[in-house]
Design a protein around this ligand. Structure first.
Ligand code: COA
Length: 388
């Protein structure tokens, strides 16, 4: 057998790398029997109930939980890192209001890397914290510039990412849901979205890092991977889907019709989980409570009916993006900002993986199975002497 054929015979055939262990990681367990989803050993259910996004970001990046005083200082540090360099704010103001906010974030992180490139001797943590703080500021600078003509308010609130978002987005929100409810819902969503092992965007960040490229390139590449509807873009797509239906009955017939046409229903299914997504129950509870707060009698019942049609018909369950979309909608977040919220959170996980990859790096470079033509004789387009 030729050497190359032997090599391919040894390699397992796996569409989309499903089931392939592509490396070691000490950051997160995802779908491991008996352990579920955990960050650095802590169960996601406990983190969602008792911690904050900043505590989780510290844990992911540094491996241990912060002390109470470290957490206070970390919130202050992130808040102070939200000031953006003028070159970046000017660039953001030139990006049209019609752009997709994911493109704005990808560009923003890239421009930040031109103004503040990584310095030799930096252990990477400083860059990680800077990008983590800059991402929500980039988004809100662009949003507020086009909406109000003013820069975001960088100082009010306790410095948390969720509060920074709510302050700048809702302004003086009153009534129901309360500002506190919305802020905590967003904080919980950021915890749930913060990390998820070797998903497509994280793996992208690790591949880029493995070439010894810079932090900003890894995060910008990850944002590009997250944008698609099979990955992070699913929360936005799920919201459009739920909004299509006026009531549970039309949702049932509409979803059946889509399934008959072999359409993918966004917000359902998962590459790793087979029975349920452990994050979905947490965010569903928030979506349900917020639907009561806003007086919704349409979208939540529609979503529940879609869930039962998908389970009964296909044994498919909602992933975080399905009820996450409703939780954001009831929190007053515009649909086109759903995937950017995911970026605000996942930057913590991506950065932890960049640091981990750097700590034990080997170039990530798999092989492909060649399926192209057999060797072909090359005949020059013109006689050889005409080239001279
Ligand atoms: N709607 C309808 N059918 C679905 C489905 C969905 N959301 N997810 C999976 N399936 C079906 C596929 O059509 C396929 O059926 P078949 O074997 O009859 O062809 C089977 O389930 C396996 O799906 P496949 O796409 O090969 O699984 P995967 O592991 O490659 O994909 C996802 C995983 C997440 C990409 C896939 O479930 C999906 O596209 N979901 C919708 C997008 C989404 O919510 N993404 C966010 C993930 S957190």
């Amino acid at each position: 057998m030729a050497e190359i054929e032997k090599r391919f015979a040894k390699a397992k055939k796996s569409g989309g790398l499903a089931g392939i262990v592509a490396g070691d990681s000490a950051i997160c367990t995802c779908g491991i029997e008996g352990r579920g989803l955990s960050y650095r050993g802590y169960a996601i259910e406990d983190l969602a109930k008792h911690s904050t996004f900043e505590e989780v970001a510290w844990l992911l990046l540094r491996g241990e939980r912060p002390s109470p005083s470290e957490l206070v200082d970390y919130r202050k540090k992130l808040a102070s890192h939200r000031t953006l360099p003028p070159t970046l704010t000017r660039t953001l103001e030139m990006i049209p209001a019609t752009a997709h906010p994911m493109d704005v974030l990808r560009t923003g992180v890239s421009v930040l890397g031109t103004v503040e490139p990584e310095m030799d001797g930096n252990d990477g943590l400083e860059t990680a914290d800077r990008i983590l703080a800059a991402v929500p500021a980039i988004l809100l600078h662009w949003v507020r510039y086009h909406r109000d003509g003013s820069p975001p308010d960088l100082v009010s609130g306790d410095g948390s990412t969720a509060e920074f978002f709510v302050n700048n987005f809702h302004g003086g929100q009153s009534g129901r849901p309360t500002r506190e409810e919305v802020t905590r819902c967003i904080d919980v969503s950021l915890i749930l979205y913060a990390e998820h092992e070797f998903n497509a965007s994280t793996f992208t960040a690790r591949i880029i890092t493995s070439t010894l490229s810079d932090f900003h390139s890894a995060i910008a590449g990850a944002i590009g991977a997250l944008r698609g509807p099979l990955h992070g873009g699913a929360n936005e797509a799920a919201m459009y889907l739920i909004s299509e239906f006026e009531d549970p009955e039309s949702a049932e017939s509409g979803i059946r019709a889509k399934l008959d046409k072999k359409a993918k229903i966004m917000g359902f299914g998962h590459r790793i989980y087979t029975e349920s997504d452990p994050r979905s129950g947490v965010i569903k509870e928030w979506a349900k409570n917020l639907s009561v707060s806003v007086g919704d009698s349409r979208l939540y019942p529609v979503a529940e009916r879609i869930e039962s049609v998908m389970w009964n018909g296909k044994r498919l369950f909602p992933n975080l993006d399905f009820y996450g979309a409703l939780a954001y909608h009831f929190s007053g977040v515009p649909t086109e900002l759903f995937t950017p919220m995911f970026v605000m959170a996942r930057t913590a996980g991506w950065s932890a993986h960049v640091l981990e990859q750097r700590s034990n790096n080997r170039l990530i470079r798999p092989v492909s199975r060649y399926t192209g033509p057999e060797h072909r004789e090359f005949v020059p387009l013109v006689p050889e002497d005409e080239y001279t």
